[in-house]
Design a protein around this ligand. Structure first.
Ligand code: PLP
Length: 410
């Protein structure tokens, strides 16, 4: 079966398939997620003063869920599928600070680094009110440390904007897909932006090598960072309450079905890991990727993490810039291989149509990367009592003239 899927993928066709689950390895634990969550709570007092727009979520960077049953009706017609149960979106496209789901992993990773430094310096105790981190003395402390990261855009935004706010010296290596407005916004904030002619995997290599030369630089490695992964994993902590507030039951006869867009897999992988820890077999998670960059689909179909889409003749341009990754995070693959339920791929024209449909029916504008996830809804059959949740991942910071340039929402 996998041979057929790989052949279809290499022909650039859309595919969807259930994963053959492998034996689960315990690389990270529920305690690790709990630990991350406690750290995010300690930082909430700082977040509230540094990013006042988070006042309403009490300094926790989080987004609401939203019922979109009008979208469901139109989607069923357009895609010729049946979506059993209600359809919701998780609005991570509107997350504070950087307008994408990277606010979960990226900012958490910066916080972890800052906390380690501040505790070690003796200037901070774990029981302190962390709003002091917004003071000059801490900015001076952090300004002696460097952070670097490779990005297709959004990871750089999350780490650049949060790192700079704390006072760090931040360098972002941008791959060629990165949108000019993201580079501009970072430069305005005082982040060093290095443009790289090449794809994401090679931008990462360059950033990693540069960082190795300088022992004072913390390189946040998107292909292998437990911190990034754990920052995403904590997402379920607030989702539980949102499900309850919307009277959504999740149990054996009421599955939760989640669709996530996948780049290197850290974001969707982290979120899936958290959801599986709390809901076990009652949650089903599916990853969506562009047909030209299906790195996690390929890894799942070949049952190994060290794959490259170039090996099957893919790797062409995609409008889904945030998902333009030719190889997956090996960490994400290793954790996902025992728990991911399925994968699907979406052509560019198709994801643009999904963007238009979402806007027409729910008034939501999202980045193309984000909309890939919608294409999975209804493809994998589930019982009538299911709740479907499409995880939107980016869009709220996109400038108006950028939307106009795309011509998507005329
Ligand atoms: C980064 C990103 C993703 C995917 O996250 P990965 O960790 O790369 O898998 C999805 N959507 C958007 C908008 C992103 O920026």
């Amino acid at each position: 079966m996998n041979e057929t899927i790989i052949r279809e993928m290499s022909d650039g066709e859309e595919v969807f398939f259930f994963c053959d689950k492998q034996v689960e390895e315990e690389i990270l634990t529920e305690q690790d997620i709990e630990d991350a969550w406690q750290r995010l709570k300690r930082f909430s007092k700082y977040v509230k003063v540094a990013f006042p727009e988070t006042e309403k979520t009490d300094g926790i960077i989080d987004s609401p869920i939203q019922l979109i049953n009008e979208t469901k009706t139109e989607l069923e017609k357009a895609e010729n599928v049946k979506i059993n149960g209600d359809l919701y979106v998780k609005r991570d496209d509107s997350l504070a600070v950087c307008g994408s789901l990277k606010a979960r992993g990226g900012i958490y990773t910066v916080f972890k680094y800052a906390e380690d430094i501040a505790l070690k310096s003796g200037m901070l105790k774990i029981t302190d009110d962390y709003s002091v981190l917004n003071n000059e003395e801490f900015k001076n402390l952090f300004s002696k440390y460097k952070i670097s990261v490779g990005s297709t855009g959004n990871l750089g935004m999350s780490i650049g904007l949060s790192g700079k706010k704390l006072g760090f010296d931040v360098t972002v290596y941008m791959s060629e897909e990165a949108k000019p407005w993201k580079k501009d916004m970072l430069r305005k904030a005082g982040v060093n932006v290095i443009e790289f002619k090449g794809d994401y995997t090679s931008a990462l290599k360059l950033a990693r090598n540069e960082a190795k030369k300088d022992t004072n630089t913390y390189f946040i490695d998107d292909e292998d960072s437990k911190e990034l992964f754990l920052g995403y994993s904590a997402a379920y902590k607030t989702l539980l309450k949102q499900l309850e507030e919307n009277s959504i039951t999740v149990d054996e006869t009421h599955p939760l079905v989640v669709y996530l867009p996948c780049g290197v897999g850290g974001g969707p992988g982290g979120i899936t890991f958290g959801l599986k820890k709390v809901f076990g077999d009652n949650v089903y998670c599916y990853f969506g990727e562009p047909t030209q960059m299906p790195c996690m689909s390929l890894a799942m179909a070949q049952s190994r993490g060290d794959v490259s889409v170039y090996d099957i003749g893919l790797g062409g341009k995609t409008v889904a810039d945030g998902l333009a990754c030719s190889s997956p995070s090996v960490l994400a693959y290793e954790v996902m291989k025992g728990m991911l339920d399925g994968c699907f791929t979406i052509r560019d024209e198709h994801s643009l149509n999904l963007s238009r449909l979402l806007y027409r029916t729910a008034g939501i504008k999202t980045e193309p990367s984000s909309c890939v996830a919608l294409g999975g809804a209804g493809k994998f059959s589930h019982s009538e009592n299911a709740t479907h949740l499409v995880w939107l991942t980016g869009g709220s910071l996109v400038p108006e003239d950028e939307w106009e340039r795309t011509g998507l929402y005329k």
